[in-house]
Design a binder for this molecule. Sequence first.
Ligand code: HEM
Length: 148
Amino acid sequence: MEAQDNYGSMPLVDSATARLVQESWARLAGREDEVVKAFYARLFELKPQLEDLFVTTDMEHLRLKFADTIHLLLGLLDDPAALYGQAEQSGRRHGMYGVRDRDFRTGGEALLWAIAQTLGDDFTPEVRDAWAEAYTRVTHAMSRGRGP
Ligand code: HEM
């Protein structure tokens, strides 16, 4: 129960991890759309059936929103209460879109791949691990928002 009691006030990741993801995202400034395009391309390559969820979606608009949301969430890594709130609301909406936990795992693979492609040599093992950790934590909070 203790972990449960702390939920919502504990930082999602430690400060070194937060710094690594924030700094590597800052290095991608101006190339966010490239990252997000690579993310969706990889997502649909890994699981073509996920494309069915986006048949009526304006992808150009969604890519902008996706990049803005990553930016917002990374900026909130030092403010756990606000970050959990945002993540849970987004998770609730994703539940309504039909996104499942296993899709978030595929999404993690796609996002790390997209960042690796765009960062090149700057995508060190430390940066990779930091993104994997941050993504897992944030999507865990999203899943909680979605409910059972
Ligand atoms: C951390 C990872 C993710 C982030 C930050 C994210 C972000 C967003 C944002 C900002 C939107 C716009 C609407 C809204 O905010 O509710 C959205 C919509 C959507 N996302 Fe995600 N998403 C993530 C992962 C995923 C994954 C793994 C899938 C799996 C297929 C997915 C599927 C969708 C769908 C189907 C929509 C609705 C599109 C529409 O409006 O037609 N998302 N996402």
